[in-house]
Design a protein around this ligand. Sequence first.
Ligand code: NAP
Length: 452
Amino acid sequence: MSEPLRVAVVGSGPAGFYASDALLRSDDPPVAVDLLDRLPTPWGLVRFGVAPDHENIKAVSRAFEKTAARPGFRFFGNVDVGRVVSHAELLERYGAVVYTVGAQTDRHLGIPGEDLPGSWPATAFVAWYNGHPDFQGLSFDLSGERAVVVGNGNVAIDCARMLALTAAELAPTDTVAAAERAIIDSGIREIVMLGRRGPVQAAFTPPELQELGELAGADVVVDPHDLELDPASADALEHDRERARRNVELLREFAGRPPKGLPRRIVLRFLVSPVGIVGSGRVEGVELVRNELVSERGRLAARPTGERETIPCGLVLRSVGYLGVELPGVPFDEEAGVMPNEDGRVSGAERTYCAGWIKRGPSGVIGTNKKDAVETVEALLADARAGKLGAPSSADLAGLLDERGVLFVEYEGWQAIDAAERSMGEPLGRPRVKVTGWDELLATGRSVQSSS
Ligand code: NAP
C-alpha cells in the first residue's frame, strides 16, 4: 500500500476530532493524522466549555476516543502552533494542515467601565469553573447580592445556572474545588440576565432555558410585560419552526409561576442593553438603556430609547459571543474573526484548511461541527486526488519538538491524566477530579512518553 498522506490537524476540540475521524476513514488516499493542541489535554470546549452539570453532553468524548483508537492517529498535546512550531514548519512536514482552533477570545461590549474589577468575560468564568490550567489563578468575588450576566445565548444561561447551583447539584459534577466552594459560599441572591433584543430573538435554546426552571435552589422570574410582543416579533414567531416558539412558551410559563421562595432568583430581562458599568474602583452597578426593535437589513435590531436605569450589582459576566484569533502566517479575516475560506479551503494559503468555529464563526451545537468538518475534509481529499498536495519533505514533528525542548504529551499521556482524574473522582461520586496545574498535567502526561 502507498504511504499515507500525512495531515496535521491543529486544535483538538469537536471540529478537530470530527476532521480527524473523516480523514482517517479515507482510503483514497489513505491518511495519517497528527492532532495537535496547545494544551496537554484534548477535547477543547467539551472539557473546558460544556458546563460541569452537563455530563450527558460531555459523553460525546466517547466518540473522540474511538477516533483516537483508529490506526494512523497520533496526539501531540502542549504544542502551541504559531509559537513553538510555525505554520510553515508544519507545511514542510505534512501534506496538508487543517486548523480547528475555535474562537479563543471574547467579544467586547465597548462600553465605559467594561474593565472595572468585578467585570469579567464569561469565557474566563467558564474556563475557571471548568479547570482550564490558564485560568486557575483567577479569583471571582461572589460576595455581592446581585450578579448581572450580559447576553442571551447558551453561554449566558450556563453562567447564570452555575451561579445558582446548590451544593447537592454541584456534588456529582467535575466543577473544580475552588469554584464549587465559591459558588456554595457566595452571597449572590439574584442573577439578572440581560437580552438586548426581545424573547423571540433570544439565542438560547429551549432545553437550556427549560433547565433554568428546574433548579433546586433558584426561582426563575420573568416580567409578563417583557413578553408583550411588537408586531414584527409576533409575526416572526408565527413563522418560527421551533426555537423561538418553544422559548416564548417556556418564558410565558415562567412569567405565570408564583415564586417558591427559593434562596436565589434568576431574573430574565429583555430589550435592555448595558451602556456603562459603574463603580469606584470596582463594579457597583450596571447602567441600562431600554431598547426598541427596528427592522434593519432584514433583521430586527435593538435601538436605544431614552429610558435609563441603573441596577446595583457586584459582578458582571459579559457573555456576548466568542471571537476567533489570528494565527501567525495564516490568512485571517479580522472583521469576521475567521479564516477566510471556501468550503474549508483557506483562501490565499496553499495546502491549508479550516473547520469549526474558526471557519464559520462561533455558532451551532457540538454536532454542527461534524458536517462542517466533513465538508472541509472532502475538499482536502479532492485536492489530494487532484495531485495538489504533494509530498512533504521534512522529517517527523516529534524530532523538531524534541530539538526545541517542547514537552509534548502523546495520547497515552492524556490517557494517564484521564485515568488519574477518574480515579480521584470515583470515591467522591464524581466523573473525575480535574488536574488543573500545568506542572502536574505535564508530569502525568509525560510519565508514559514513548517517542522520546
Ligand atoms: P450566542 O449564541 O451567539 O449568543 C450571544 C448573545 O450575545 C446573543 O444573545 C446576542 O444578542 C448577545 N449580544 C451580542 N452582542 C451584544 C451586545 N453588544 N450587547 C448585548 N448583547 C449582545 O453565543 P454564546 O452564548 O457564546 O454561544 C456560542 C455557541 O455555543 C452557540 O451556538 C451556543 O448555542 C453554543 N452553546 C451551546 C450550549 C448547549 O448546547 N448547552 C452551551 C453553551 C454554548 P443578539 O442576538 O442581539 O446579537
